[in-house]
Ligand binder design. Structure first.
Ligand code: PBG
Length: 340
């Protein structure tokens, strides 16, 4: 069959898609390994890395294993990690006081890691959920049932100073209390940690995608079966104007890096924040985003690497400068393997 039909088209966008070389030339967005931050889970004591059931491929590491993992990450070009401790149940209290124990697991991990590997950028999360029996990020007022804002901020500011003292390069308040960035900045400066940076979880939504993370750090409500509802401090997933207002507040209070979290379901927010500020912007591809790709891939329903890379590229295209992702190491490994 011969085709005679010919369109008279001044523009044929497919010209630039004809070969892989042309597609490379016209590629608008690339994701460099240096933009990735690997979140890692730390456990006390010894023994093998503990697999996290809802996050295939992720493990809770002892401190020596953490150091080794960070050496590998550094050699792959991933030079920043965000640490999350799994605190033993026996150390949890209603007020999360273990957070302020100067020799707690998290602070020991930061200190050991920075001593062994000073070139690794270490980001310390600031929130009470790994330390409280109820799993909330702040102090729970039993009478009102509310999470106390200002009292929590006081604790977070102390946690920030302890983390900086242990060697953290950045502190990352993930709690969503009002006014915490300013209070943390003031506390750090007052203790001569004016060079410790703040990565603010500015637009953190009350998301169901955090489920696997709560398994990983054991922050599911330890004292009741009622699922945690963090809606009195985390943002309503329906609200973008409120997210922008939070970002503006964190910037004015002295945040060095802003963050949107989760990432994939909130690409519109990432784009809007990118356009509203000149500060570096981070996005957190959270545990549930990781778990859904892993689960589908394990069933043979999705191509793991292709979906992983596409999900990360989309976050970058939306405007994130840096991405926290559980895929960071695997992405970097494949990047190194494919390098010319
Ligand atoms: C809590 C915290 C959470 C995450 C990071 N810090 C969970 C929560 O708010 O309950 C989630 C990260 C993830 O899901 O990967 N301060």
């Amino acid at each position: 069959m011969t085709h005679r039909f010919k369109l008279d088209l001044p523009r044929r966008p497919r010209r630039l898609r004809r070969s892989s070389a042309l597609r490379e030339l016209s590629c608008e967005t690339r994701l460099e390994v240096a933009r990735l931050i690997q979140p890692l889970f730390v456990k006390a004591g010894e023994g093998k890395p503990e697999p996290i059931a809802s996050m295939p491929g992720m493990f809770r590491l002892t401190i020596p294993q953490l150091v080794e993992e960070c050496r590998t990450l550094c050699s792959l070009g991933v030079s920043a990690v965000a640490l999350f401790p799994k605190i033993e149940a026996a150390l949890k209290r209603e007020d999360g006081r273990e957070a302020l124990n100067p020799s707690n697991l998290n602070l020991q991990a930061i200190q050991t890691l920075k001593q062994a590997l000073p070139e690794m950028t270490v980001i310390a999360d600031l929130a009470l959920d790994p330390y409280t029996t109820h799993g909330h990020d702040g102090l729970l007022d039993r009478n009102s049932g509310e999470i106390a804002n200002d009292a929590t901020v006081e604790v977070l500011a102390e946690m920030a100073v302890l983390a900086a003292h242990a060697g953290a390069d950045m502190v990352a308040p993930s709690d969503m209390m009002d006014g915490r960035v300013g209070a943390i900045r003031a506390a750090l400066d007052a203790s001569d940690f004016e060079n410790t940076a703040i990565m603010a979880y500015s637009a953190k939504f009350a998301s169901a995608y955090y489920g696997p993370f709560r398994d990983a750090v054991g922050s599911k409500n330890a004292v009741s079966e009622v699922p945690l509802n963090k809606g009195s401090y985390q943002l309503n997933p329906a609200n973008r104007r409120e997210a922008l207002a939070e970002v503006e507040l964190d910037e004015s209070e002295g945040a060095d890096v802003l963050m949107v979290k989760p990432a994939g379901p909130y690409l519109d927010v990432i784009r809007e924040v990118r356009e509203a500020t000149d500060l570096p912007l981070a996005a957190y591809q959270v545990s549930g985003e990781y778990a859904q790709i892993m689960a589908a891939a394990e069933n043979g329903w999705l191509d793991l690497k292709a979906c992983r890379d596409e999900s990360l590229l989309a976050i970058r295209r939306a405007g994130a400068d840096v991405i926290l992702s559980y895929f960071a190491k695997a992405y970097a490994e494949d990047f190194a393997a494919n390098a010319p």
